[in-house]
Design a protein. Structure first.
Length: 131
């Protein structure tokens, strides 16, 4: 899914296999993928964006995501340390995902986000080690 080996999505084998994916995957500091009507994933290491996020009064420590120590606005918009670089991960779910929650076997949004951060984080050298 989204060009990330190992990233899966609910319903992928139940009529969702042909959903439109739009991936922005350049050599730059920002990557994003929209799975039409299901979710939008984004990762950025752009220093100005990360600094803006960190300067928000709502920026605080959040529960671990995929084993990573993180801070952010809420549990699905967080910053983690990836190979010494502050890295922001975010996920927004859309109506197609919300509808899929009614089907047995569809992971909750927390599990979906953990999977995304785990797969993308490994690609970026994120570590679950505590200091």
């Amino acid at each position: 899914m989204c060009g990330l080996a190992g990233l899966t999505f609910p319903g992928q084998t139940r009529g969702r296999a042909n959903a439109t994916e739009t991936v922005q995957d350049s050599a730059g500091p920002t990557w994003s993928c929209e799975v039409a009507d299901y979710a939008t994933y984004a990762v950025t290491q752009e220093p100005r964006i990360v600094a803006g996020i960190r300067s928000s009064p709502r920026f605080t420590e959040q529960p671990r995501v995929a084993g990573l120590q993180v801070s952010g606005f809420d549990p699905r918009h967080v910053v983690a340390d990836c190979a010494g670089t502050p890295t922001c991960f975010s996920m927004e779910v859309h109506q197609g995902y919300t509808s899929a929650l009614e089907r047995p076997g569809t992971p909750n949004s927390r599990d979906l986000y953990d999977d995304f951060v785990d797969v993308a984080g490994k690609r970026l050298g994120c570590s679950t080690a505590t200091s």
